[in-house]
Design a protein. Structure first.
Length: 95
């Protein structure tokens, strides 16, 4: 298992007759990547973020990769919640 990576975990029980139903979950590991005994910081934020409401229930997003980074970007996480509300978020993972 690698740091800062997303994994899909599946668990199921079985017996000598058949497999049971499966439970699955996606989990991400925390932390920075260690390279030759030094810590590499996470990548910088995306550049030129543009957000526009398309309809009453959708938002269009556009961005560019960070201009100057040597970090490998695996995916982007978009978190969206109403202004002023805490603990109310919708998290989507884009790859």
């Amino acid at each position: 298992i690698d740091p800062r990576r997303k994994y899909h975990v599946r668990l199921l029980a079985y017996n000598n007759i058949e497999d049971g139903y499966q439970a699955d979950q996606t989990v991400s590991t925390p932390g920075c990547v260690s390279v030759r005994d030094r810590m590499v910081p996470p990548p910088p934020p995306p550049h030129h973020l543009y957000a526009k409401a398309n309809t009453s229930s959708s938002i269009f997003l556009h961005w560019r990769r960070p201009a100057f980074t040597t970090a490998q970007i695996i995916n982007y996480t978009i978190r969206c919640n109403p202004v002023g509300l805490q603990n109310a978020s919708l998290v989507l993972y884009l790859q």
